[in-house]
Design a protein around this ligand. Structure first.
Ligand SMILES: Nc1ncnc2c1ncn2[C@@H]1O[C@H](COP(=O)(O)OP(=O)(O)O)[C@@H](O)[C@H]1O
Ligand SMILES: [Mg+2]
Length: 370
C-alpha cells in the first residue's frame, strides 16, 4: 500500500535542477562532450525477439518503456509487474540484453583479456577535486563502477559528493565527465550554495554547473527504491554520467531498526543495489554512494568501526574508501578494490570542496603512503 501511495506521489517534479524548480532539462550546450548513447530512439521494445505487441503493451503498462529499462530489471521484479512466470520474465530480460550486445551497446559476453584491458583504458574517470584522492583512486571515480565512501559524521562524504557533481560537469579533457549529474539526497544535506561556492572558487561558471545537477530529496526507503527503479529514465533525461546517493543506507537503517526486520531490510537493499550495478554497466555511468559506519564490538585489534550495511553493501561496491577526520584533515583509505593497492592518503575540505592539503600541493602532492 505504501508503495502504491508513493508511486502516485512521485513524479518528475521530485527531481529538480539544483538551481531552481523551473525546467530541469539540461541543454546540449551545457554539456561539452559527446552525448551518452541512448537507444530509445533507435531500438523499440518490439525489436526484441519474442516480444510482440501484447507483451510490449504489458511491459509499457508496467513502466518498462525501453530496451534498456528491460535490460536492467530483475526477473523477480518483472514477473510481479507483468504477472508472468519468473522464467519468462528472465527470458525477456536476457533477450533485451542480447539485443543490446548485438547493437554494440553492451559488452560481448566473452572478450579476450587484451581487449578488456584496452577497454578499461578507455573508461572515463572524473576527478574528485583532490589530486591526492584521485591518485588513491588511480585517476578518479570510474564509469561502470560503484564507488563507496564511508565514514563517520563529518568525515567529508557529502563534501566529496558536492565536489564531484561540480567536476563531473566539466569537459572530459579537464578531468570531468562533460555530463549532468543526479544527486539523490536522503539526509537533507545537499546545499546548492555549497555547489555555487565550490564552482566559483574553482573559477567555473556557477550557473551552468548548478543547471547540470538534478537533485532529488528522498524521504523514506520506499521512495528511494522507487527512484532507483526509474533511474534509467532520469539518467537519460538529465544526460547524467554521475549518480550520487548520499547516503544509501540512512533511510533503510532508520526504518528497519529491529532485529526481526533486518533480513527484510537487507533483501530490499540487495535488490536496489543490484539494480544500481546493472545501471552502471548498461548506461556506462559512475555511481557514488556514501555509507555510515557502525562499531564492531568483536574487533580486538585495530579500528573497531566498519561500514554499515553488512555484506550486502560490501559486495555491491566496486571500490570502498574509508574516510576519517583528524583535525582539519582527512584520511582516505582504500579498503576494498579488485585492483587498487591497499593504500591511504590525506586530503582536506576547503571552500573548493575536496582539496589537497597545503603541503601536498608542493612536490609531495598526491604521494601515496607506503
Ligand atoms: N565551506 C566549507 N569550507 C570548508 N570546510 C567545509 C565547508 N563546508 C563544510 N566543510 C567541512 O566539511 C565538514 C562536513 O563534512 P560532510 O562531508 O558534510 O560530512 P559527512 O561525512 O557527514 O557527509 C564540516 O565539518 C567542515 O569541516
Ligand atoms: Mg553527509
Amino acid at each position: 500500500m505504501v508503495e502504491k501511495r508513493n508511486s502516485e506521489r512521485i513524479n518528475d517534479e521530485d527531481v529538480v535542477s539544483a538551481l531552481s524548480s523551473e525546467s530541469p532539462e539540461i541543454s546540449d550546450n551545457d554539456l561539452e562532450s559527446k552525448p551518452i548513447p541512448t537507444i530509445i530512439d533507435d531500438l523499440d521494445i518490439q525489436d526484441i525477439p519474442g516480444i510482440g505487441p501484447t507483451t510490449a503493451k504489458k511491459l509499457r503498462d508496467a513502466g518498462v518503456l525501453t530496451v534498456m529499462d528491460l535490460a536492467v530489471t530483475s526477473s523477480e521484479e518483472l514477473s510481479v509487474e507483468i504477472n508472468s512466470s519468473k522464467e519468462s520474465a528472465a527470458a525477456f530480460i536476457i533477450a533485451a540484453q542480447q539485443l543490446l550486445r548485438d547493437s554494440n551497446l553492451l559488452d560481448k559476453e566473452f572478450v579476450t583479456a587484451d581487449v578488456a584491458l584496452e577497454k578499461r583504458k578507455s573508461l572515463l574517470r572524473c576527478t574528485t577535486g583532490s589530486n591526492a584522492l584521485d591518485k588513491l583512486l588511480l585517476g578518479g571515480i570510474e564509469t561502470q563502477a560503484v564507488t563507496e565512501f564511508y565514514g563517520e559524521f563529518g568525515s567529508g562524504k557529502s563534501q566529496i559528493c558536492h565536489t564531484l557533481c561540480v567536476t563531473a560537469s566539466q569537459p572530459v579533457e579537464n578531468g570531468g565527465f562533460g555530463s549532468g549529474s543526479i544527486y539523490i539526497d536522503t539526509e537533507g544535506t545537499f546545499r546548492p550554495e555549497r555547489v555555487d561556492q565550490i564552482a566559483v572558487s574553482r573559477g567555473l561558471d556557477p550557473t551552468s554547473v548548478l543547471k547540470s545537477i538534478a537533485v532529488c530529496k528522498v524521504y523514506n526507503s520506499s521512495h528511494l527504491e522507487l527512484i532507483v527503479k526509474d533511474l534509467g529514465k532520469y539518467i537519460n533525461d538529465f544526460k547524467a554520467r554521475l549518480v550520487i546517493i548520499d547516503s544509501i543506507i540512512s533511510l533503510h537503517r532508520a526504518e528497519f531498526a529491529g532485529r526481526g526486520t533486518l533480513a527484510d531490510r537487507q533483501q530490499r537493499l540487495n535488490s536496489m543495489l543490484h539494480k544500481i550495478i546493472r545501471l552502471t554497466e548498461i548506461y556506462n555511468i559512475s555511481v557514488v554512494i556514501t555509507n555510515q559506519v557502525q562499531s564492531s564490538p568483536d574487533t580486538f585489534f585495530g579500528d573497531p568501526t566498519k561500514a554499515a550495511g553488512g555484506n550486502v553493501l560490501g559486495h555491491a561496491s566496486t571500490y570502498r574508501i574509508y574516510l576519517r577526520k583528524s583535525g582539519e584533515n582527512r584520511t582516505a583509505k582504500m579498503i576494498d578494490s579488485p585492483y587498487h593497492p591497499y593504500s591511504d592518503t590525506k586530503f582536506t575540505v576547503t571552500e573548493k570542496g575536496a582539496d589537497d592539503m597545503e603541503e601536498e600541493t608542493s612536490s609531495k602532492r598526491g604521494k601515496l603512503k607506503e
